[in-house]
Design a protein around this ligand. Structure first.
Ligand SMILES: CC(C)(COP(=O)(O)OP(=O)(O)OC[C@H]1O[C@@H](n2cnc3c(N)ncnc32)[C@H](O)[C@@H]1OP(=O)(O)O)[C@@H](O)C(=O)NCCC(=O)NCCSC(=O)CC(=O)CCCCCCCCCCCCC(=O)O
Ligand SMILES: NC(=O)C1=CN([C@@H]2O[C@H](COP(=O)(O)OP(=O)(O)OC[C@H]3O[C@@H](n4cnc5c(N)ncnc54)[C@H](O)[C@@H]3O)[C@@H](O)[C@H]2O)C=CC1
Length: 712
């Protein structure tokens, strides 16, 4: 809807009204066009101000309508409305508070002037929805800012703060006061003045030298960053149209590109991610506790125990969220180094104090333990925390796979114990797995979820099992990658397939980055390798299943990855980042295959993808079956925000639905038949049941999962 009123005798104020973000739904579009027409035909009206009702200007087109062509097509089209706004013979001023995003900014670009509040932000984030600014934004913005600045905004989709927008010339004026009042005063002062050169559709794009070379380079750059996503490339094409074509021809190009994107699987996947991210906040537990009814304890002080890789990042994340943090580390050199690193990241002290004594945690509302992944060490710390910490304090562990319930048992407050599984680097990565054990109280979950939001994380409530959701699913993925090496693949081949799929790095590069020794320690704890394994045990079998000792052998050679300068790849020096192929590894793999009588065969990228991804997806279905994740959407949020799963592919469960559940099942059956000693390839019963019930759409899977015991 749009409100229409006349103020100061001559100014029509049109206010977009569609909480919470004033999105341009069919009803809003209808109201907007009627209001513009009313302003045009009313002789008393001499100028117009367009604003958002109750704060935000406009969050853009209504994304909820995108999946439904009939919704999209009902009501006037945005392009038509914006043309009417631009063509109005009376000055139109956009009064931007909060944000003007996507279609919201495109509306402002169709206005003749743009007034912004000093705290507002603007942007064209369509690219992250697998789209381009398809209501004239790709054509008007370059005409206003020039090609370089416009291309940057459109291809990255970044939000631009008001101050920068003013410098770029995107906003004409800023105000700290009431934006609508200021815009009304300005509109009156512009009444009767010529508008021709204020209409961006009338303007040529500012000239650019070597235009062909510029766009060739822009395309190469965008392709490099897009990881297979089509939208950034379409954005470059559309901006090129703005730079080289008359406005109306450019609009036709924009429309053609938009039609292709809008109906693509990539846009569908990206949209799904948008709602998945927000949906994760709506957690529930089997006891009936819910995000909207459960009260969270306020948390204002925290202690972090262990200041290694993770502890430092967690300290920064908590401090940036406004908590006062005490950071505890027993090793003196680590404490000094951590203090310097944290101060650097926080650009100063930032409310953090340091101590070598666990007693310093006594007053904290929340403690996050981030010491070595060693159950005995962690148990000892939880025992101490239970007596040191004040009643009511929450005790969290950042373990990546250990049993939360066992740690809870070391305390006298098991209902206040939980996992807060951050991802490295903890102050950068968006994901937080909030792990509840069987005795964790809903209030504890509520407090952790609220804290996650304060830290700007996508927090997902999960149940307690080895590896929780993300790492549990990663295990079969890694395992298949190792098996593929045994069968003839190289790390380069496997990584290339996964990177082409859209991961920022393949599994072996990722393993080099995080350190091969982490998995080695876990396998030793599990008794899969190390002194507990007797010499008479076959090297490639554990507990009746196929096992690859390749990772263990690499660690025995001191090849831990980037930190030692050698892993699956070679690095110039320890800590260096650029991976190079290592001839040593090729010989090592050849000797290994020879020793174990394995014949190397030709493996193609399709097999790499299917073996690795289907095994991971299969475990995802088991996770759902076991009730460790509440929904496939939550699993997908974990993979997109924690593991680099490409957004334009929606997440593993969405991908499975898009590929077709029957095809995934068929693939797993085929590979399991070829590798019967690899149980991760055996299709899980939930996948079979979903296929048997006709492969329902992903939002209906819960009906088939129903009846399973939830661990949440
Ligand atoms: C706006 C935000 C920055 C606010 O953030 P915050 O305050 O943190 O709140 P949130 O929790 O994010 O959101 C609150 C609530 O609002 C929902 N929501 C947010 N934005 C939208 C929206 N735009 N539409 C609908 N709903 C929205 C959100 O989901 C939350 O609700 P909940 O999920 O229930 O919790 C932040 O929200 C944000 O960044 N929003 C997205 C901004 C954005 O990306 N905007 C761009 C939208 S796309 C756009 O504008 C497209 C265009 O350029 C024009 C398209 C023209 C269409 C023409 C189609 C032509 C093609 C023809 C098709 C052919 C068909 C055929 O041929 O078959
Ligand atoms: N490294 C990673 O990528 C991730 C690790 N994790 C988990 O986070 C935890 C920490 O891992 P990292 O930071 O990588 O380890 P790390 O080895 O870098 O750091 C551990 C720190 O804890 C300190 N410490 C040990 N005992 C202590 C005690 N009693 N009191 C105070 N400090 C003590 C050590 O001196 C060291 O500085 C582990 O449980 C790990 O599984 C979770 C997610 C990702």
């Amino acid at each position: 809807m749009a409100q229409y009123r006349i103020v100061s005798g001559s100014v029509a104020v049109i206010s977009i009204q569609n909480p919470p973000v004033n999105a341009l739904s069919a009803a809003v579009r209808e109201g907007l066009l009627l209001s513009v027409r009313a302003a045009a035909s009313d002789p008393l009206v001499r100028s117009v101000v367009i604003s958002g009702h109750n704060g935000p200007f406009c969050g853009g087109a209504d994304i909820k309508e995108f999946g439904n062509v009939s919704h999209l097509e009902s009501g006037p089209h945005l392009v038509e409305i914006f043309e009417s706004v631009e063509a109005l013979a009376k000055p139109v001023v956009a009064a931007i508070e909060g944000f003007a995003l996507g279609g919201g900014l495109e509306l402002a670009l169709a206005c003749h002037y743009r007034f912004g509040h000093s705290e507002a932000r603007v942007g064209l984030p369509e690219v992250s929805l697998g789209l381009l600014p398809g209501a004239g934004g790709s054509q008007r913005l370059p005409r206003l800012l020039g090609v370089r600045a416009a291309l940057d905004m459109i291809v990255t989709g970044r939000h631009v703060a008001a101050g920068e927008a003013l410098k770029l010339g995107l906003l004409d004026r800023l105000t700290d006061g009431n934006t609508v009042d200021a815009a009304v005063r300005f509109a009156q002062s512009a009444e009767g003045k010529p508008l021709d050169d204020r209409r961006l559709g009338n303007r040529p794009c500012p000239p650019l030298e070597n235009i062909d070379a510029f766009f060739e380079e822009a395309l190469i750059h965008a392709r490099g960053r897009a990881r297979g996503a089509a939208a950034p490339l379409a954005c470059v094409q559309a901006v090129r149209g703005a730079a080289t074509l008359p406005f109306l021809k450019g609009m036709e190009l924009e429309k053609r590109l938009m039609e292709t994107l809008m109906t693509s699987g990539q846009a569908q996947a990206s949209r799904y991610c948008f709602f998945t991210e927000r949906g994760a906040a709506r957690w529930t537990t089997p006891t009936g506790a819910r995000w909207d009814t459960c009260r969270a304890r306020p948390i204002s002080t925290a202690a972090v125990i262990g200041l290694g890789t993770m502890g430092r990042g967690i300290t920064v994340a908590l401090a940036r969220a406004g908590l006062s943090v005490v950071a505890v580390e027993t090793q003196e050199h680590q404490l000094d180094e951590a203090q310097r690193a944290v101060s650097r990241m926080l650009k100063g002290g930032g409310g953090v104090s340091y101590s070598a004594d666990l007693q310093a945690a006594a007053g904290a509302d929340l403690v996050v333990e981030a010491v070595f992944e060693d159950m005995a060490v962690k148990e000892e710390i939880f025992k101490q925390l239970s007596s040191v910490c004040k009643p009511g304090a929450l005790l969290a562990t950042n373990t990546s796979s250990l049993d939360i319930d066992r740690l809870a048992s070391c305390t006298l407050r098991p209902e206040q114990v939980l996992g807060l599984h951050f991802f490295a680097p903890a102050h950068v990565m968006r994901l937080l797995e909030v792990v509840s054990g069987p005795r964790t109280s809903p209030q504890t979950v509520a407090a952790a979820m609220q804290l996650g939001r304060r830290m700007g994380k996508v927090s997902v409530a999960v149940g307690n099992c080895p590896g929780f959701v993300g790492n549990r699913m990663l295990k079969p993925y890694l395992e298949q990658a190792y098996f593929l090496l045994e069968e003839g693949a190289s790390p380069e081949l496997v990584d290339a397939a996964l990177e082409e799929f859209g991961f920022p790095m393949g599994v072996f590069k990722m393993s080099d980055l995080s350190g091969l020794d982490i998995g080695w320690r876990v396998r030793k704890e599990e008794g899969l390798t190390g002194p507990g394994v007797t010499a008479d045990q076959p090297m490639r079998t554990r507990r009746g299943r196929r096992y690859s000792p390749l990772g263990d052998l690499m660690c025995e050679e001191g090849r831990y990855g980037q930190k030692t300068g050698r892993g699956w790849y070679l690095y110039d020096r320890p800590g260096a980042r650029v991976a190079r192929s290592d001839p040593w590894l090729r010989s090592f793999l050849e000797e290994y295959r020879e020793r174990h009588g394995l014949l190397a065969r030709r493996i193609d990228q399709q097999e790499v993808l299917e073996r690795c991804l289907y095994a991971l997806i299969n475990e995802g279905f088991r996770v759902l079956e076991d009730g460790v994740a509440a929904s496939p959407q939550n699993i997908d949020a974990i993979y997109v925000f924690g593991y680099g799963w490409p957004k334009h592919r929606g997440g593993p469960m969405f991908y499975a639905a898009q590929v077709g559940l029957a095809r995934v099942l068929e693939g797993l059956e085929k590979y399991h038949k070829a590798h019967p000693d690899s149980p991760h390839l055996q299709p899980c019963s939930l996948l079979r049941r979903l296929v048997a019930s006709g492969s329902p759409p992903i939002h209906k899977w819960s009906e088939v999962v129903k009846g399973h015991r939830s661990q949440l």
